[in-house]
Design a protein around this ligand. Structure first.
Ligand SMILES: O=C(O)CCC(=O)C(=O)O
Ligand SMILES: [Fe+2]
Length: 230
């Protein structure tokens, strides 16, 4: 639990400046992905990491694959542990506010019809990884945009755990061996990419790696039944 009384309260709604939003929208339209070096205030990143570290091991569960997570546990594919986030913590709440601003802004710029955002902490212990995968298959998870915010302090190249992002499957590159880019999981860095288009993997981790992974989703409601935010 966060027992620190001497910490400044988080900004309830850290600003997402219009030029930043515009550059995100432009990059997503043009490339389908973007890396942001330090989009969030350090106090908020620190608050998130403190909250992350204050959680018990028992709070984290082994991550599964895809939406039917419990049914598809396979540690040969991924070996991280995750904790789904809600608004109980003030820093998480501030982060969700910021993502809500991004959701509304991207809908305005790109007419994506993003409906909600779900996210979890991911803890990759030494020796863990996540093999090459897509975050959304055949549209059945409703995931449109994947976001990862990295929280590992003082990340060094020897610590591993880079995100390798492969070329879009829409360009006939399903067998592409070479990554399009490698994102270093540096504290405060964020990557956003189209969930259905870009295969990606987390390279083997040499030192505990902290991140917040999330997805903007569309609502595939049928006949007025709202898709549950699971
Ligand atoms: O942590 C990362 O860099 C990517 C995580 C990921 O691919 C996922 O959780 O689906
Ligand atoms: Fe992924």
């Amino acid at each position: 639990m966060n027992t620190s009384l001497n910490l400044a309260p988080p900004t309830a709604r850290p600003p997402l400046e219009e030029p930043v939003l515009t550059s995100i929208a432009d990059a997503l339209r043009r490339d389908g992905h973007i890396v942001l070096r330090a989009p969030l205030p350090p106090a908020m990143l620190g608050g998130l990491l403190r909250h992350f570290r204050s959680l018990d091991d028992a709070d984290f569960k082994r991550a599964g694959i895809g939406r039917e997570e419990e049914h598809q546990l396979d540690r040969k594919v991924r070996s991280d542990r995750i904790f789904w986030l809600d608004r109980d913590n003030a820093y998480v709440s501030a982060y969700l506010n910021w993502m809500e601003e991004m959701r509304l802004g991207l809908n305005r710029h790109l007419i994506l019809g993003l409906f909600d955002y779900e996210c979890h902490y991911a803890y990759y212990d030494r020796g863990t990884f996540y093999q090459k995968h897509l975050d959304a298959f055949h549209g059945n998870t409703n995931r449109v945009l994947s976001t990862v915010l990295y929280l590992t302090p003082n990340w060094q190249p020897r610590d591993g755990g880079e995100l390798a992002l492969y070329p879009s499957v829409l360009h006939g590159n399903t067998e592409a061996e070479e990554p399009l880019l490698r994102v270093e999981p540096r504290f405060g860095q964020m990557v956003i990419f189209l969930s259905e288009e870009f295969p990606h993997e987390v390279l083997p981790v040499q030192r505990p790696r902290y991140s917040v992974t999330g997805w903007f989703r569309v609502n595939s409601s049928l006949g007025g039944t709202v898709d549950p935010a699971s």
